[in-house]
Ligand binder design. Structure first.
Ligand code: KE4
Length: 423
């Protein structure tokens, strides 16, 4: 038994499933999960001293690679001034200034401690602002473990085969309308049936929790119009895509402006963080100004702000997006070429530094098509890659991330290994 296996055995005695987040248990890909001792650049080193090229990037935050010296330095400087104040501090003001400067639709922003808190608070705010209770979400989209949104959810919920979590009262679930992504008619029908009851539509503008799915031409614009026509709040969950696909995320790439945006991951530079923001008239419904309550002991924590500000300043000063697009494209097209050579039905959707593998002979445009792809085909590829130093996300329903620390050498090594791993 190696050290990861020993640690996993100990963990399973005290932590449900041995993990603090389900997807880490490797349940859908088999085998015992490795434990990480350290991370640097685009590599993880396991407690058994195995080095892995990392395409999970701690699920998105590590866009600069792990343990970036500028982020490390910022955190250590902040550490010398204390870990938490419980009062407001200067770093929160700078963080708000950067986010409102760079995310086009965000006029006011509130910090919190996770992407889940960001989407949960956005939903509550939309309900408080509109006085309505129904929410429209899309099957396969994952917005964190929010009661109202763990209905036909993606990510770990889908990976474990329970996209509808237990523990959600029927009274909650009936307020959530779940529609297929990329189907505007379904949205129009839903509004026609419950027009004045819909508080918000929440969407991952580029869903990346049931693999990576891209919007059909005009789809996001159609969501925008349907919300405006029906007085519903459009919420973009950009926890994953915010600052990942450009300084202004998907809303900048597409020009489609939501009313509220949920953020997380990259804005914390690897420390626990979330944020939600948008139109001032909506944000000003939040306590202490308005009747919608939201709070957090560690919201705007000085260490998380230091890491996040360092990360965002680097992105603003030297945007890596062209390079990430180029390297992402190189990797995705390389994998497609290998699949064609081998006659394997494989789709490799890619945008910027995000890509995924769907074992399907058709492009995947929604959750239903994602789950009917050959999910089992992913498992041996994952295991073979892992055994040869390439760490892909441990689920066919996640998205791979590339960081600025991934270079041509890593890409060639990865293509070589994927060529061996594909049957
Ligand atoms: P957190 O509460 O995990 O910080 O964020 C929830 C969340 C919200 N919205 C989107 C679009 C997300 O992707 C996430 C979290 N992403 C998953 C990975 N797909 C986190 C990994 C995990 O659950 O361990």
């Amino acid at each position: 038994m190696n050290e990861s296996e020993e640690l996993f055995d100990r963990a399973k005695k005290l932590i449900p499933g041995g993990v603090n987040s389900p997807v880490r248990a490797f349940r859908s890909v088999g085998g015992s999960p490795f434990f990480t001792a350290k991370a640097s650049g685009c590599r993880l080193t396991t407690v058994d001293d195995t080095e892995l090229i990392d395409y999970v990037c701690t699920w998105g935050p590590a866009i600069h690679g792990h343990d970036h010296p500028i982020i490390r330095g910022a955190v250590s400087d902040a550490l010398a001034r204390g870990t938490s104040f419980g009062t407001s501090g200067p770093a929160e003001v700078e963080m708000a200034e950067i986010i409102t400067e760079l995310v086009p639709s965000v006029e006011k922003v509130r910090m919190c401690n996770s992407g889940t808190e960001a989407t949960m608070s956005s939903i509550r705010l939309a309900r408080g602002f509109t006085g309505r209770s129904k929410i429209i979400k899309f099957s396969g989209c994952y917005h964190g473990h929010v009661d109202s949104l763990l209905v036909k959810a993606g990510s770990g919920a889908l990976t474990l085969g329970n996209p509808d979590s237990a523990g959600i009262p029927e009274s909650f679930a009936k307020e959530t309308i779940v529609l297929p992504y990329n189907d505007l008619q379904a949205v129009e029908n839903a509004f026609a049936q419950s027009a004045n009851e819909v508080a918000a539509v929440i969407v991952e503008p580029y869903p990346a929790n049931c693999g990576l799915i891209l919007p059909r031409e005009g789809y996001l614009e159609g969501l925008r119009k349907a919300c405006s026509d029906n007085g519903a709040v459009l919420i973009f969950d950009e926890v994953m895509t915010g600052f990942r696909l450009g300084l202004g995320g998907v809303q900048e790439r597409t020009g489609v402006m939501p009313d509220l945006t949920a953020l997380g991951k990259i804005i914390g530079g690897g420390l626990p963080v979330g944020a939600f923001g948008g139109r001032s008239e909506i944000m000003e419904c939040l306590a202490p100004l308005g009747p919608v309550y939201q709070a957090g002991t560690l919201s705007g924590n000085p260490l998380a702000m230091a890491a996040g500000i360092a990360s965002l300043r680097m992105l603003r000063e030297k945007p890596p997006y062209e390079r990430l697009e180029e390297i992402g494209n190189k990797l995705a097209s390389g994998i497609r070429e290998i699949a064609v050579e081998k006659g394997i039905p494989l789709q490799v959707p890619q945008v910027g530094s995000m890509f995924c593998l769907f074992f399907s002979d058709q492009p995947v445009e929604n959750f239903e098509q994602a789950v009917s792809s050959d999910v089992d085909a992913f498992k041996p590829v994952f295991r073979d890659c892992l055994a040869n130093g390439i760490y892909l996300p441990p689920s066919a329903y996640e998205t791979c991330f590339i960081s600025s620390a991934h270079g041509d050498g890593e890409i060639s090594r990865t293509l070589e290994q994927i060529r061996k791993a594909l049957p």
